[in-house]
Write a protein that binds this ligand. Structure first.
Ligand code: MG
Length: 307
């Protein structure tokens, strides 16, 4: 039967929560865990410990935990591209970078129309090879998770890096603090979380859903609100093969049906920033919760590549 680590709020949630499964804590000792990314070929997962300026590594084969990178440019969100390379949002580097197969770091985007980016926060790779990322100011607001600086752009936007030539275009310009993002399984829509309430008491704490243009290179509508967070903030999010949205919140992970309703939760004893699917079957949800890395098995698996 479903354990108390799951909270059923709608009967639709039951089919995704396996019986006798518990939340596991795989690692702890971090200051602010974020940006999980699972590497299927190597069977390991990396995640950020942003204020400690390091990227951690958890090995699925033996459960060991080590420091993957330090200093780490105060890296935040991560993704794995179709070639199996790590894509990283760097607060202190104020860029999106890629670790090549030989280990070298390549800066993919650090400016928009000649001005420095704020502090890229989260990133997703589309099947056409384009890289979409958010650029709020959290990494330049103070010295805590980056280097304090004024915004050169003067706005927090969502950008797309073109797979041919690397041109950076602004795809969403109407958000306060765009944060986590993910595509629907058919890649016809894009979810983006807005955590603008961090800077204005009446600011947004919701996820918007944008329809993409027919060529898949931009958004075609004004992105109506998909769901509003009831506890804390929606930060990072991932989508499963059924189209459910799994997103971090103040009391754990919230599961949102494709119609936007909150159907269930994974209870986590810490504030959750971000999640990702992993494991050989992509049916294990890895959860970055403040000081710790958690994981739980689900009866669903991650959509997209590698999500
Ligand atoms: Mg984030």
């Amino acid at each position: 039967m479903m354990t108390p680590d799951f909270e059923l709020l709608d009967p639709r949630f039951a089919r995704f929560a396996p019986g006798n499964v518990h939340l596991e804590r795989l690692a702890t000792g971090c200051r602010w865990s974020e940006g999980p990314a699972y590497f299927a070929a190597g069977r390991y997962l990396v995640w950020s410990d942003i204020p400690n300026d390091r990227v951690m590594r958890w090995d699925e084969t033996d459960g060991s935990v080590s420091v993957f990178l330090q200093p780490a440019w105060n890296a935040n969100g991560h993704a794995v591209d179709r070639q199996g390379r790590l894509i990283s949002c760097e607060h202190r580097g104020r860029c999106v970078s890629r670790i090549e197969h030989d280990g070298r770091r390549t800066v993919l985007a650090d400016r928009f129309e000649g001005r420095r980016l704020n502090s890229p926060n989260d990133v997703v790779v589309k099947s056409d090879g384009s890289i979409w990322f958010t650029d709020p100011t959290y990494g330049i607001d103070s010295d805590y998770e980056g280097d304090a600086a004024a915004s050169e752009i003067g706005a927090s936007q969502v950008y797309r890096i073109d797979p041919d030539g690397g041109a950076v275009t602004a795809v969403v310009t109407t958000m306060a603090k765009p944060n986590g993002l993910a595509f629907t399984p058919d890649e016809r829509s894009l979810y983006v979380a807005d955590t603008g309430i961090s800077h204005a008491s009446d600011g947004p704490r919701h996820i918007r859903r944008f329809a993409l243009t027919p060529d898949g290179r931009g958004v075609a509508d004004d992105g109506p609100v998909f769901a509003t967070c009831s506890v804390g903030l929606f930060d990072g999010l991932r989508v499963d093969v059924h189209g459910n949205v799994w997103t971090g919140a103040g009391d754990g992970v919230h599961c949102l049906d494709p119609d936007g309703s909150l159907i269930g939760k994974i209870r986590v004893p810490e504030v959750v920033a971000n999640v990702c699917f992993g494991g050989p079957k992509r049916n294990r949800l890895f959860i970055c919760g403040t000081t710790s890395l958690y994981a739980i098995y689900l009866k669903t698996s991650g959509a997209g590549w590698p999500a």
